[in-house]
Structure formats: structure tokens, C-alpha cells
Design a protein around this ligand. Structure first.
Ligand code: PLP
Ligand code: COI
Length: 366
């Protein structure tokens, strides 16, 4: 049931949209994830009716019965993607089809109803269109789209829900790291794991992030920006950050990134950078890289740069890595490296329509 991608979206007019002056003030320096647009999308699913009741309406609180399944068993998934302001005042999406596909895969892993990719994309396009004035035109600014889906059935038995609510909200954003930091410092989580083999590490489900909060809190307490996780079995192979994938740049220009395999998120930024690097003739190996190797390569100079990547963080240089037992690694000179910057620029210029798009990643909306 429920493959109706041609649902009509009902539009509920906003009774009191934000004024242009208030909006301009809100999006001038929005930070990340605190400034929200006027509208949202909701689409309902039930086993008996399939996907139905697609609406664009004023952004408002949800009313949920206290026994709603998501509140108890966390059957929830989300995506993150950006709409960009083009130079001529239009807007575009970057690889949203990849997000739509990943969302279906996440739904499968969490035993949830899978929303058709066309319907997911249409919901995103409609929201960007109606809230187009919320896309910042500042450098580094974008409209962050957060599609998500929750188990909305009211039932306390532990089973896949028979009802779901899919929603999209949008947030005007700037840099993810406060002050647009030139490089970040990571804290190696020793006691806490993110995901093990067969778990939900490859899924963007809320539970993964809930489990990362205590190690992230430890990272902040240690004066670091983000936590980095090791594998759960040998406790030595680098996996990923709390919300980003990771790349290493060697002294011969080749790069290494941890392989996919179920315990890390198959990042769309990661995939795009792999493609851009290979387009340049760079060797990129998707292979395991250990924390000991990281320390030794940074000390010997074999490792020249390291960076984190994701939709929210784009490409963020890693300057330093710290951990228990006095682990303290400085990468290069601790600041942004040349290859990192060059790949970041290449990616951002495609995303913003400032460079040709040979892979057909950009969808012009209007
Ligand atoms: N890894 C995690 C755990 C994430 O939350 C994200 C962010 O979405 C990423 C990696 C990067 O994925 P993407 O490039 O698709 O945004
Ligand atoms: C994203 O990059 O879209 C994420 O979901 C990461 C999160 C830390 C905001």
C-alpha cells in the first residue's frame, strides 16, 4: 500500500506570516538550527490508506497522545539537505534525490513505511518554494531542510507502527560550528561507542544521536568541538564524528576515508568528495585507518591534512585530536590545509551554481 506519489498538496494559508523586516533580522546571522520558516509539510500514512493527506501549513506544534509509539521506542528517521540561493535570486537543491533514496533505506532499516522518493522530493520542493524568502543569500548561508518521519500510532506494544507522520521543516542556517571556526578539535571517545556491526549506524535515526550526546558532552567538557568514534570491536579503527564523515589527506595528495559497511552513515557529501577527488585524478582509498596510525602519520608528516564533511558542516578542517592518556595530535599546522580548502571550494561552487555541474547534482527549483 501507499505508493501514491501524485498526492495533491493542500495549502493552508498562514494567518500571520513573518514580516519582511523581522525575517531579514532573523536570517542575517542565523547560526545553525534555531531560525525556522513559516511553513511545514505533513503527510500521513496508515497501513489501511497508504500515504495520504499531504499538506503545507503554518509551522505549529504537534499534538501527540502520550502513548504515541515514537515517544517510547524511538521509531524515527530524519534527513538533512540544503536549498541554496543562486546568484540570480533563484534556488536549487543539491543531490536531493540521494537523500530521498537514503530516506527509504533508513525507513527499511527501522521497519517503517517507505515514502516514495517522488513524494519526498515534491514535499521538499513545495516547502522551499513557499518559504523561498527564507533562503539566506549570505556567503555560507542556506535553507536547511529537515525531512523526518515518526511512528504516530498510539500503542505501547513493541512492534513496527501501522501509522506514520512524515514532515518537512526548514531552517535558515549559516555555519554549523560557532563562529565558522577555521578548524575543529576532536575528542576520541574511548568508553562510548556509536554503532556496532548489524546495528543502526548507517541509519539517520534519532537513537544514534541520542547515544552520541554523552560522549559529545565529554568532548565539550574537554574543550573539544566534536567527538570522534572508534570501531566497537578492536577500539582502534576510526569510524566517523557525531554528525560528519572524515577524510585524511596524505603527503602525496592521496586520501583515505573509512569504508562504509553498516556502522557509519553513507554521507552524500562524502560520496560527492570521493567523486570530485577522483575527477582530479587523486587516489582515494576507502579503507580502515587506525588511531595509532593517525598519531604516527601526523608525527612523521605523512599525514598532511584531515577534514570532516557533511551537509551541515560542509567541509571542516580538523586541526587537532585529543583523547585520554595524553593523546594529542596536531595535524599539519593545525589550520586549514590546501587540499581540504580546494576540495571544499570545488564542492561549494557546484552547490551554489558558481561552477559547472558535470555530474548533474544540482536541481534548479525556480
Ligand atoms: N555522519 C553522520 C553521523 C551524520 O549525521 C551526517 C550528517 O548528515 C553525516 C555523516 C554526513 O552525511 P551527509 O553528507 O549526507 O550530510
Ligand atoms: C547534517 O549534516 O545534515 C546532519 O544531520 C548533521 C547534524 C549534526 C546536524
Amino acid at each position: 500500500m501507499g505508493s501514491d506519489a501524485s498526492l495533491n498538496f493542500v495549502l493552508e494559508d498562514h494567518p500571520s506570516p513573518t514580516s519582511a523586516a523581522d525575517r531579514a533580522a532573523l536570517i542575517a546571522d542565523p547560526g545553525f538550527g534555531r531560525v525556522f520558516t513559516d511553513h511545514m509539510v505533513t503527510i500521513r500514512y496508515s497501513d489501511s490508506r497508504g500515504w495520504h493527506d499531504a499538506r503545507i501549513h503554518p509551522r505549529r506544534p504537534l499534538v501527540l497522545d502520550p502513548a504515541t509509539a515514537v515517544l517510547h521506542y524511538a521509531q524515527e528517521i530524519f534527513e538533512g539537505m540544503k536549498a541554496y540561493r543562486t546568484q540570480d535570486g533563484g534556488a536549487s537543491l543539491f543531490r536531493a534525490d540521494a537523500n530521498a533514496q537514503r530516506f527509504r533505506e533508513l525507513a527499511y532499516r527501522m521497519a517503517m513505511a517507505e515514502i516514495p522518493e517522488d513524494l519526498f522530493l515534491e514535499a521538499c520542493r513545495q516547502l522551499v518554494s513557499i518559504d523561498r524568502d527564507w533562503i539566506p543569500s549570505s556567503e555560507g548561508g542556506a535553507l536547511y531542510l529537515r525531512p523526518f518521519q515518526i511512528a504516530s500510532e498510539v500503542f505501547l506494544g513493541v512492534k513496527p507502527a501501522s501509522e506514520y507522520l512524515f514532515m518537512v521543516i526548514a531552517s535558515s542556517v549559516g555555519a554549523y560550528f560557532r563562529g565558522g571556526a577555521p578548524s575543529v578539535t576532536l575528542w576520541v571517545s574511548e568508553h562510548y561507542n556509536r554503532a556496532g556491526p548489524g546495528g543502526t549506524g548507517a541509519a539517520k535515526c534519532g537513537g544514534n544521536y541520542a547515544a552520541s550526546l554523552l560522549p559529545q558532552k565529554e568532548a565539550i567538557a574537554e574543550g573539544c568541538d566534536q567527538v570522534i568514534f572508534l570501531d566497537t570491536i578492536e577500539k582502534r579503527w576510526i569510524e566517523e564524528l557525531g554528525g560528519m564523515n572524515v577524510f585524511f589527506v596524505m603527503d602525496d595528495g592521496s586520501m583515505i576515508t573509512p569504508p562504509l559497511g553498516g556502522t557509519i552513515l553513507p554521507g552524500i557529501t562524502r560520496d560527492s568528495l570521493l567523486t570530485l577527488a577522483r575527477d582530479r585524478g587523486l587516489t582515494v582509498r576507502e579503507e580502515r585507518y587506525s588511531i595509532e596510525q593517525w598519531r604516527d602519520d601526523a608525527a612523521s608528516g605523512r599525514l598532511r591534512e584531515a577534514f570532516a564533511c557533511g551537509t551541515a558542516a560542509v567541509v571542516t578542517p580538523i586541526g587537532r585530536v585529543r583523547g585520554r592518556g595524553g593523546l594529542d595530535i596536531t595535524i599539519g599546522n593545525g589550520g586549514p590545509g590546501i587540499q581540504t580548502e580546494s576540495l571544499r571550494t570545488a564542492l561549494v561552487e557546484i552547490q551554489r551554481g558558481l561552477a559547472p555541474d558535470p555530474h548533474g547534482w544540482v536541481e534548479r527549483l525556480f
